[in-house]
Design a protein around this ligand. Structure first.
Ligand code: MN
Length: 497
């Protein structure tokens, strides 16, 4: 309990410190000394002026949220473009300044990112299991540029930090959405650090009792074992040097509370017994060869558990995670997990897909890959069955679009679908009585093609008794086409086939 309170107080103090623009630039310069400070400053002032007078529920200026979102992106070592879009991400949604204004001032690329974030903001998770998978796929499919997803993560991370001031219903909705939608996507994109941060912050709100239960067990145990880990660290360091591995670092990190909790639930055991469930020791070396040498050194020192050696370097996970894993009977018979990887692999494991837009240690920009067909890449890798199924599912969604009902429900349609397809998808009767439709509040003709993110509203007239035969010219989904034919036959307009 004391640990828990201590933790809460620290996080309250932490979240009430306001941020300055100079803090952001300082952070960016640690990895990108040549950043475009002037443009960043302009974006900051643009956001500050646009949001002027707006305050968040906790009383701070709205621009604090813009800055915090940008800071989260800087912590992922993102490029200027993404950070600027992060500063501006709520401007079109919250103010009278439009996406067009952003485009005039900051160009098409940044405006496109901001627009993508605004569109994703329309997504509403209604807490129904059957929607979760659809929503996750839609999320990725809609964000044609994956940087949009990264900005959304940065945005949501800060929302979670300031969640305590919201009313409980809202807390639940936001945090549940994070566990069901955001964290699994972060995982899919290989962003281990973001996934952990999202999960642990949301966990506390979705399952407060469980969170406290895990916290109260883990915190004292971790403290008690710190000395133990530093002894293991020393012993391994010495042995590595003796075996010619001279450049390395060893760190031990507490695993995420939410993943600890899920493991407990899987085992149906509400106690943390083995340290392997609590902490992973990570050894970071210079080369792949050193990874395998390190594995050998660890196995010489401590006996490995059979079946627990995993070579994700030879066989990376579908999300491109690479590392060697082993679990050993360590000092005093404690069971400890080791993860061995190079610096590059470590960066990938923490930032995943984001690493493509981030800066490396020398301050150079990594090769900017604008559009990564990571689904494709993933499908070429050897993978476990469950992961294989996942990539196939993703493949299925490749030629799909995701549109919304005015209530925010997600409708998944074939690419190039029209308003009439949407109407029939809702219900055959809605299709039959359809006389018009609005796309994003604009009256549109029935043959207008929909694109992901559109909000579609159908206008019906009960007096319409039969479909128009011309609809067959532009109805795209087989469901709509077959229903239209059937209704035409019933009305005697089409000969039965
Ligand atoms: Mn926001």
């Amino acid at each position: 309990m004391i640990f828990y309170l201590y933790f809460r107080i620290i996080s309250m103090i932490y979240s009430s410190i306001s941020m300055e623009f100079s803090d952001l630039v300082g952070q960016i310069k640690t990895y990108n000394p040549n950043c475009d400070e002037q443009l960043l400053q302009l974006a900051y002032e643009f956001a500050r002026d646009a949001h002027a007078g707006q305050v968040r529920v906790n009383g701070e200026d709205y621009v604090q949220h813009s800055l915090a979102t940008a800071m989260n992106l800087a912590n992922m070592k993102m490029d200027d473009t993404t950070i600027i879009a992060g500063l501006l991400h709520d401007v079109p949604k919250m103010t009278s300044v439009t996406a067009k204004d952003i485009q005039k001032n900051f160009g098409t690329e940044i405006a496109g990112l901001v627009e993508g974030v605004t569109k994703l903001g329309q997504l509403k998770y209604r807490g129904m299991e059957r929607y979760a998978e659809n929503l996750r796929n839609m999320f990725v499919a809609m964000a044609k540029d994956l940087r949009v997803v990264l900005i959304k993560f940065a945005d949501r991370l800060h929302n979670l930090e300031s969640l305590s001031v919201l009313e409980p219903v809202k807390q639940q909705r936001i945090a549940t959405e994070v566990l069901e939608i955001y964290a699994p996507i972060a995982n899919r994109l290989g962003m281990g650090a973001v996934k952990k941060a999202l999960e642990d912050k949301a966990f506390e709100y979705v399952f407060p009792e469980d969170y406290r239960m895990v916290y109260e067990q883990v915190a004292p145990k971790y403290k008690e074992k710190e000395q133990y880990f530093s002894r293991v660290q020393d012993e391994l360091s010495q042995s590595l040097r003796e075996n010619g591995v001279t450049s390395f670092s060893i760190e031990y990190r507490l695993k995420g509370f939410y993943s600890i909790f899920r493991k407990m639930k899987k085992k149906d055991d509400e106690s943390i017994n083995a340290l392997q469930d609590l902490v992973a020791l990570r050894v970071i070396v210079d080369s792949v060869a050193d990874c395998y040498t390190t594995l050998g050194v660890i196995h010489q020192l401590w006996k490995p558990l059979s079946g627990r050696i995993k070579d994700y370097i030879a066989q990376p996970k579908p999300n491109n995670y690479r590392s060697l894993h082993t679990t050993v009977f360590c000092e005093n018979g404690e069971i400890v997990e080791f993860q061995i990887r190079t610096k590059d692999m470590d960066k990938d494991a923490k930032f995943g897909i984001a690493a493509h837009w981030s800066y490396d240690e020398s301050g150079k920009n990594s090769v900017p890959v604008k559009k990564i067909d990571w689904l494709q890449e993933a499908s070429e890798l050897p993978q476990a069955e469950e992961e294989y199924a996942e990539s196939v599912r993703l493949d299925v969604f490749k030629d799909r679009i995701f549109v919304f009902t005015p209530r925010g429900d997600v409708i998944n349609l074939t690419e190039d679908s029209t308003i009439i397809d949407f109407a029939y998808h809702i219900h055959s009767e809605v299709g039959l009585h359809c006389i018009g439709g609005k796309i994003n509040d604009v009256m549109s003709s029935l043959d207008t093609k929909l694109s992901s993110g559109d909000v579609v509203e159908i206008i019906t007239d009960k007096n319409r008794k039969k479909p128009n035969i011309d609809w067959l010219k532009f109805a795209k989904t087989s469901f709509a086409r077959s229903r239209i034919r059937a209704q035409l036959r019933e009305a005697g307009e089409l000969l039965s086939s």
